[in-house]
Design a protein around this ligand. Structure first.
Ligand code: SAM
Length: 157
């Protein structure tokens, strides 16, 4: 997301929040390092998403570990947040909540969808994991699929 915003000239005026309930996960995310084995897939995803540069411009490699450019984290806030027990803490233009709700039962999924709905501005975008969707949730009618995908939605009401 930071790279996308950077290439659109928007990163300097954006604020990105990375949240998880697990502090170890947050600590790892803050480091911005990834195993080199992932780079082939990430490069492919970058190109498919319309990236305009060489993906390798965004990282350096040392001892088999990829370190992303620190400027990408300049406007990022990493915070502990529990989707089940904590409330909404801001209004966002984009929310990406991937591969968490697959582990939740139906009432919990609906609870999290309520939280997401409350936290997303009208016309804001919601990205879910590829085994997740809004179709069978209490908020199905509030979203429109974007580009015919079942994982990327716009909040319409
Ligand atoms: C399978 S990982 C998905 C990570 C990432 N979103 C992705 O797609 O690669 C699930 C993550 O959800 C987090 N998680 C599980 N229950 C949560 C909750 N109630 N609130 C916030 N995060 C939660 C876990 O700590 C874990 O990092």
């Amino acid at each position: 997301m930071a790279i996308l915003l950077h290439e659109e000239g928007l990163l300097h005026k954006s604020r990105l929040y990375g949240t998880d309930m697990n502090e170890h996960v947050l600590k790892k995310a803050k480091m911005g390092s990834f195993p080199i084995e992932k780079m082939q897939l990430y490069t492919k995803n970058y190109m498919q998403a319309g990236g305009t540069r060489a993906f390798s411009e965004y990282y350096t490699v040392k001892n088999g570990v990829v370190q992303f450019e620190p400027f990408l984290k300049d406007n990022m806030v990493f915070a502990q947040h529990n989707l089940v027990t904590d409330g909404s803490f801001n209004e966002f233009q984009v929310i990406i909540c991937r591969n968490v709700m697959i582990y939740f039962n139906e009432p919990l999924q609906n609870h999290v969808h309520g939280l997401i709905y409350e936290s997303l501005c009208t016309d804001g975008y919601l990205g879910l994991g590829n085994k997740e969707g809004v179709v069978f949730t209490t908020h199905a009618s509030c979203y429109e699929e974007v580009d015919g995908t079942e994982t990327f939605y716009r909040k319409v009401k």
